[in-house]
Design a protein around this ligand. Structure first.
Ligand code: PEP
Length: 250
């Protein structure tokens, strides 16, 4: 069956000592086994340290972004081989902050995704609608289109290496959460789109995470939805206890 995953997106928070402190608190809290994979995404400069600090723990350190090109004149970018050289096996692609603040298009995200998969990285691919699109009833079409444009060029084996994170933009960092029904409805639509393109087996195997103000207080209700396989957690992942409580919701 598909995996349950709780992933913490630390965004541009935590310097080196704060990164180490938060990891140390997470390790202290790992007193039991969780029914989900645990991932954290610290900032680029601290990935190597974080990778080493989490060796022999169930926590996987993942990257928040990657460049589609292998090397060369891409000032400020970080390549797939660079990530792999510090132990990274998974990368988040298409977060709404990358789309909205840095203008990352569906086409760019498609090439990042393909490059990551071609080189053996697993991808957490983010999608989600803005508030106006939900209000006007275009949310399903918007999200389906994002998925089609970035993922429908993949083959089944590649798609098996993709986790999808549905993150309604209006719920990210706002304290507003999609209702469990809204999350379930969209996750079921996403799975149906995957089924139509890749077949039932791939659709059933693909983990679809919900993201948008997940907290210890709402995680259990969201995670019990049949098509919700975990969470991509921003704000609450910066507190070790909250993050582990969310993971404990499984
Ligand atoms: C995110 O940025 O991926 C996210 C879901 O943030 P938050 O949990 O703070 O809404």
């Amino acid at each position: 069956m598909r995996k349950n995953i709780v992933a913490g997106n630390w965004k541009m928070n935590c310097d080196l000592s704060q990164t180490q402190q938060l990891i140390s608190e997470l390790k202290t809290g790992l007193v039991k086994e969780f029914n989900c994979e645990l991932m954290i995404a610290p900032s680029f400069p601290f990935l190597y340290q974080a990778f080493n600090d989490t060796l022999e723990t169930p926590i996987e350190v993942v990257a928040q972004n990657v460049c589609e090109a292998e090397k060369g004149a891409y000032t400020g970018e970080v390549s797939i081989p660079m990530l792999q050289s510090v132990g990274i096996k998974t990368v988040i692609i298409g977060h709404s902050e990358r789309r909205d603040t840095y203008g990352e298009t569906d086409e760019l995200l498609a090439s990042k995704t393909k490059a990551a998969l071609d080189n053996g990285l697993r991808v957490i691919f983010c999608c989600g609608e803005h508030l106006e699109q939900r209000k006007s009833g275009e949310h399903v079409a918007t999200v389906t289109e994002q998925i089609k444009k970035a993922l429908f060029n993949l083959n089944k084996d590649e798609m098996e290496q993709v986790v999808i994170a549905y993150e309604p933009v209006w719920a990210i960092g706002t304290g507003e959460t999609a209702s469990p029904e809204q999350a379930q409805d969209m996750h079921a639509e996403i799975r149906a789109a995957l089924r139509s393109q890749f077949g039932d087996e791939v659709a059933q195997h693909t983990s679809i995470l919900y993201g948008g103000s997940v907290k210890p207080a709402n995680a259990a209700e969201i995670f019990t939805q049949p098509d919700v396989d975990g969470g991509l957690v921003g704000g609450a992942s910066l507190d070790a206890q909250s993050f582990l409580q969310i993971a404990d919701a499984f």
